[in-house]
Write a protein that binds this ligand. Structure first.
Ligand code: COI
Length: 418
């Protein structure tokens, strides 16, 4: 067993590294310490000062190796034939070296220590940009080797955990930027040191209607690009509680809504290609005491019954394998801020920072991987929300996205809390 002997390393090259699993074991034994949006706001809120930056730095420093260790252990438990897949072994190696690097960083005591720490975090975030394409390719190549349910469980865990690590890492970088900014004065109005209402990466007042409008326009542009300049796109109609706001990470909600709208637009266009008019996509926003609910309704014909069961599967989804032959085609989906292409957006607030609108714009417009839905659900569930789809076969689809509105729910790392 891995806990009693030296674990093998999964290298695609002939060189096999041997690593003691004792250190890894000690980290796997530690539970992760999830954080809520409110806590993220609190850390970066009004009194962002040296103490808080250093406290948060140490939280991130100790949390990253724990969260990575759990996922390394998951990979070690996969059948050997899977982890020796070259794409998955690349991820394994990246994770192991990040784990080693972060666990060795001593306690952060000064602002200078923190600046050095931030350099390591930035470098690692960049190095890990290949993780999603590698996972996507790896899972596809292994789909006949392992029961798909097992691969799906693995994907859900590894993706959710990855989002969580990138959230705390990016939040820390953003807060450090704010702290180092010449305009930062502790105890002044939050606007002075959070920049255009953001607290780090968290937007305390995401406006539901604005998100749908902005993302909807991009999704329509993308559909036009994919289907030709003269092609038609359905109108997007928004109704319900239009003033609803809620705290969220903007890139997360934009990713989810973007994926839902892309699906609805394409289904509508395909279904009604010869009709005089395209039926609109209707988005209902509902502001409930604990939740904000988005219902996205289209008349794109629904999901064929035989595809429904696999809709949420990473391993079995209706992915056109031929299109994935070219690795570079796989988009950097599932992204948080750093992995996204730069785009101008009304909410973008810091030079060099971005919103996930670019997940819509950066991918090739024709590419449909079938991963948008499962990935969106990973995002929704991460902040204690949910995503459900109801197909009215032959007519259309209703998708319900429920967001926890109060920001008081901790990250849902995984079913077992790690
Ligand atoms: C990832 O992107 O997978 C990470 O784990 C990044 C984090 C170590 C900063």
């Amino acid at each position: 067993m891995y806990s009693t002997c030296r674990s093998r390393s999964f290298q695609s090259s002939a060189v096999h590294q041997w690593r003691s699993s004792v250190v890894l074991d000690s980290y796997v034994e530690k539970p992760a310490r999830p954080i809520s949006l409110r806590q993220l706001i609190f850390f970066g809120g009004r009194n962002l000062d040296e103490r808080r930056i250093i406290d948060f730095a140490n939280y991130v420093r100790s949390e990253l190796p724990v969260r990575i260790a759990h996922r390394i252990r998951d990979m070690q438990k996969l059948p050997y034939v899977v982890v020796t897949n070259r794409h998955l072994s690349e991820v394994y190696e990246l994770y192991y070296s990040a784990f080693d690097a972060f666990r060795k960083i001593p306690e952060i005591k000064t602002v200078e220590d923190n600046d050095n720490f931030c350099q390591v975090v930035k470098r690692t975030l960049k190095e890990h940009l290949t993780v999603i394409p590698s996972l996507a390719m790896g899972v596809l190549e292994c789909r006949d080797l392992v029961p798909p349910e097992e691969l799906d469980k693995f994907m859900n865990r590894i993706l959710r955990s990855r989002i969580s690590r990138r959230v705390i890492a990016e939040q820390h970088l953003a807060l450090t930027d704010t702290f180092n900014s010449p305009f930062h004065f502790p105890d002044s109005s939050p606007h002075h040191h959070t920049g255009a209402d953001f607290v780090g990466e968290v937007f305390p007042r995401c406006n539901a209607r604005e998100v749908v409008e902005t993302v909807g326009k991009h999704a329509q542009d993308l559909a036009r690009e994919a289907n030709g300049p003269d092609s038609r796109v359905p109108e997007i109609q928004i109704e319900g509680h239009l003033d609803t706001t809620f705290p969220y990470i903007l890139s997360h909600i934009e990713y989810i809504i973007g994926e839902l709208l892309r699906n609805s637009i394409q289904a509508t266009v395909d279904r009604h290609s010869s009709a005089a008019e395209l039926p609109p996509i209707k988005i209902l926003i509902c502001h409930a005491p604990q939740h904000v609910i988005f219902r996205v309704s289209d008349r794109g014909g629904g999901v064929p019954a035989d595809e429904l069961a696999d809709l949420w599967s990473f391993a079995k989804g209706p992915r056109p394998q031929a299109r994935l032959q070219n690795f570079s085609q796989v988009p950097k989906m599932a992204a948080t801020l750093q992995e996204l292409q730069k785009t101008s957006h009304t909410h973008s607030r810091r030079e060099g920072q971005d919103s996930s609108l670019s997940t819509l714009t950066s991918r090739p417009p024709h590419l449909r991987l079938g991963m948008g839905l499962p990935m969106s659900r990973v995002y929704a569930e991460y902040w204690a929300g949910s995503l459900e789809l109801h197909s009215l076969e032959g007519y259309g689809t209703d998708v319900f996205l429920q967001i926890s509105k109060l920001g008081n729910k901790s990250e849902q790392l995984n079913l077992d809390g790690v």
